[in-house]
Design a protein around this ligand. Sequence first.
Ligand SMILES: Cc1ncc(COP(=O)(O)O)c(C=O)c1O
Length: 469
Amino acid sequence: MANDSTDRITAELRKWIAAAPPGAQLPSNRALMAQYGASPVTVQKAVRRLSASGLVESRPGVGTFVRAVRPARPVDYGWQTAALGARQSRTQLLSSTQRTAAPDAIGLHSGYPARELLPERLVRAAIARAARTDAALTRSPAGGLPELQAWFAAELAGTAPAGVRTPSARDALVIPGSQSALSSIFRALIGPGQPLLIESPTYWGAILAAEQAGVTLVPVPAGAAGPDPGEVDRAFRVTGARGFYAQPIFANPTGASWPAGTGRAVLEAVRRHGAFLIEDDWAHDLAIDADPHPLAALDDDGHVIYLRSLTKSVSPALRVAAVVARGPARERILADRAAESMYVSGLLQAATLDVVTQPAWRSHLRGLRQQLRARRDLLLASLREHAPAVHVETLPPGGLNLWARLPEGTDVGRVVRECGTRGLVIAPGTEWFPAEPSGPYIRLNYSGEDPGRFPDAARILGDALEAIG
Ligand SMILES: Cc1ncc(COP(=O)(O)O)c(C=O)c1O
């Protein structure tokens, strides 16, 4: 009976709402009780139903109002397919590393470190201090805050041998994360339809940025010791490419670092062909067993475009990186940045500079090294014990990932899905190849998840591999 009354009042009020303008106030509950001869409970129930279906909103102490947003009608975006045409890029829109995992799932897919690996106290204090400076209310110069530019330049200069002219503060352009720097560099220095050498496998975001910029990718195989310099030289010669995007240190995904001789030989090839080496030093602060020595520190004639990010070591929320470039290349990248976003938030730059100039920053990095080592080794040991069919080719001396090869012929997509149904999220290696994958790989990140769950993760992976046979 009460339900019948609620249904009746709800239906009547729906009609009233359909005719009322957005924002109109519903009669009070007392008035509705009198109007429909109903109890307070019945009226409240009807109003709650209308609220749950989004037709009205209650503002406590004020009343109930017709919502400005009308109930969603079915929408059809089909017309956009004709307007947009076929997709330019073959890459799927969102990488599997950016998926949000279910709260109870074990996530080894994401590329960003867990909170306990970040200098949380330094970051919070720096943000509070930055909020009290002029940076909170003023526009930053296009190239970045001069003090932060100087810090980035000095970091690179710190590893330069004697006799090499070190970069000036002006050469370091502050960028909101190195992902957007990649897009700018590919647009400004390579251009649509032009060839770009790229390691294979390599960072999926670089492949995506290059494809979005219309660049033609020329994959160069890169194994545990990086690329073969002879192959790099040949690729430059055959394609006429003017750029090589590479990660000589702690590469994502393989973890490999180039031997010093490879670095020097690649630099020579780059110079011989009048080209740029786009050196992505993404994991500079994520060293474990070796100290990073960027090739950019050996270059003073503008052949190396150097990328250094702080988003994984300071905070993903501060999102600050830098490009170090010299000569006209610097001007072109800066012009692209101006077209893209004009300048980087001075507040974020000031907070970042505050963090990296605190004495505690250095001790944080020392502690981080130990934590990354423990995590890396635990995940590796767990795989050996519970998923022996998974083969890790390189023990990464830095970075955040294990690059693991599955038994020959394994359907990587099936393994990823099978793990997903068992509560483990991993990234298929396919995304890191600019062309066909050279084998069945997966990438396992040891920095984002609670290491206590690594044995379970390895067990799930081992079981999934057995299940799909
Ligand atoms: C090799 C490499 N380059 C660039 C980036 C982008 O980093 P960010 O935009 O956070 O600086 C990443 C992120 O994982 C990466 O692995």
